[in-house]
Design a protein around this ligand. Structure first.
Ligand SMILES: [Fe+2]
Length: 512
């Protein structure tokens, strides 16, 4: 099985390489004429370092139908300035938007000053993009006193309006972390708030059109243009509950590898990622490290690409032996080693693990029977036990895990042994709710109330839509659960449903 998998992935890698050679060979159109602006998908930025940032755009005059661009590369100019009118340009250059990559543009700017705001813009022919704003990270050794960021996830276009993003655009933030389910792969369905165009996503074009439909929302484009993003995916960027090369519906791995390659390619094309994340066939390097001065280390993790298949038949189940199998893995051996070594070396005051799925042990079945979701860390008990034991013994400073995926807000204690409430809390978990997925919601359903009462590790739960806003200083991490009343119609106000604080040196969140 392993040999077959390696063969499959390397075959696809060769396919990816030839696409890149094509890209290098074409002569770019230098003064293209467009029927309408090609900057319909807006601009965004991401993966900041102390001296650089990735600037992104994609040319598409007909974004919902494959882009509508000529089958030729197009020259794109960019500039970045220290003022919002772009009168003091500090860097500029040219790049090529190629048809092989959906006319997407990824510029890795370097040589910038640390910890400051910048403004940027693209030009193709006579057309100018909107102006975006972004921010570099502080120097790794500088003692920064504050970081303000949000976590967002699960933005199903059909189930609601992006009111949460409208409110996010009003926040005072340094950074947005997107923890996955940026798009959903299902075909358009009637009787929802909005409707996906097209069928179930399978080809690169299908996935491109879906990203374009999501970016057609002005609130999402506005947030992208205001703040740098760190992104990771979950399952729906490819297929619900997929695991490595195992598809939800059990299609043959060969077929699924092609679909995964198409989905990963479109993901790269639409996200502000560095060259190190250029996909090679069905492989894309997404786990990666960030440092925010000495204040915070952020490890962006990928719990989808390398995991073994969900145990015990997936979904919410009684635990079977498979969930405890030491050969099962959620991160894959290489990523797990990388993460633990990084945490061990870290001198940051706060160590964030930004990933997809909840880590706390959560019996999701009201009543005496204990049933767990096999798609979460609960289905990969040995992976979680190794990580929590590491946190308990090596004691990196203030570990905090961030997740999305489940479409509700949770604050959880992560104990050294998740089954023994007498063992110490070694990390704090914040699970952020969805932007729209699951629709309006309510403060807490009866089922949720029962689940909370049956799980000792839960400090808070809420079932409304929104995002979590964090304010970090060396002394404490404050979390505000920002929720909107409804998403089924536009215009909902936002409120802070609850606030928690984690004090330096004391894992576990306390309500404010
Ligand atoms: Fe989701």
């Amino acid at each position: 099985m392993l040999d077959r998998r390696a063969f499959l992935l390397s075959g696809l890698a060769a396919y990816g390489a030839s696409a890149r050679q094509l890209f290098a060979a074409g002569a770019a159109l230098q003064a293209p004429k467009f029927p309408t602006s090609p900057f319909t998908l807006g601009v965004c930025s991401g993966d900041p370092t102390p001296d650089g940032i990735v600037l992104w755009t994609r040319l598409a005059v007909d974004p919902l139908n494959g882009g509508g661009m000529p089958r030729q590369p197009v020259e794109v100019h960019w500039q970045i300035a220290v003022d919002e009118r772009l009168s003091k340009v500090v860097k500029s250059g040219r790049t090529t938007a190629s048809p092989e990559w959906g006319h997407s543009v990824h510029v890795e700017v370097s040589g910038l000053q640390p910890h400051r705001w910048y403004w940027y813009q693209f030009r193709a022919g006579d057309e100018l993009s909107p102006i975006g704003r972004t921010r570099t990270f502080p120097n790794a050794r500088s003692a920064v006193d504050r970081l303000r960021f949000v976590i967002a996830s699960c933005q199903h276009y059909e189930t609601g309006h992006y009111t949460a993003y409208q409110h996010m655009a009003e926040e005072d933030l340094d950074l947005v972390l997107h923890l996955g389910d940026y798009i959903y792969e299902n075909p358009g369905r009637d009787n929802f708030v909005r409707k996906h165009l097209g069928g179930e996503l399978m080809t690169v074009d299908d996935y491109r059109n879906r990203y374009a439909q999501y970016r057609s929302d002005p609130a999402l484009r506005a947030v992208h243009a205001l703040f740098p993003f760190l992104v990771v995916w979950d399952d729906h960027e490819v297929d619900n509950n997929y695991a490595g090369l195992y598809q939800e519906a059990g299609a043959p791995v060969e077929e699924f590898a092609l679909r995964r390659a198409a989905a990963y390619k479109a993901y790269y094309e639409h996200m502000p990622l560095r060259r190190s994340s250029i996909p090679r066939g069905a492989l894309l390097q997404l786990y990666r490290p960030f440092s925010y001065g000495t204040l915070a280390s952020i490890s962006m993790l990928d719990t989808r690409q390398y995991r073994t298949d969900q145990p015990c038949g997936d979904n919410v189940q009684l635990v079977c032996d498979e969930a405890r199998d030491p050969r099962a893995t959620l991160l894959g051996a290489a990523q797990e080693k990388w993460l633990l070594e990084r945490l061990d070396r870290s001198r940051a005051g706060w160590n964030f693990l930004a990933q997809q799925i909840p880590m706390a042990r959560l019996d999701r079945f009201p009543g005496p029977e204990r049933r767990y979701s096999m798609d979460k860390w609960d289905g990969y008990e040995q992976s979680r036990a190794r990580l929590l034991r590491f946190l308990g013994t090596r004691k990196p400073s203030n570990p905090v895990t961030l997740a999305g995926d489940v479409h509700n807000n949770w604050v959880n204690d992560l104990r050294l042994d998740v089954d023994d409430p007498k063992t110490p809390v070694v990390a704090t978990e914040f699970v952020g709710t969805s932007i729209t997925s699951a629709g309006d919601g309510s403060d807490m359903s009866a089922t949720m109330k029962a689940i909370v009462s049956e799980n000792e590790c839960v400090r808070f739960a809420n079932d409304q839509r929104g995002y979590v806003r964090f304010d970090l200083t060396p002394k404490e991490l404050r979390a505000d659960f920002r929720v909107v009343e409804y998403v089924s119609k536009p215009g909902a106000p936002i409120k802070t449903r609850a606030s928690f604080v984690v004090e330096d040196g004391r894992p576990g969140a306390k309500p404010l």
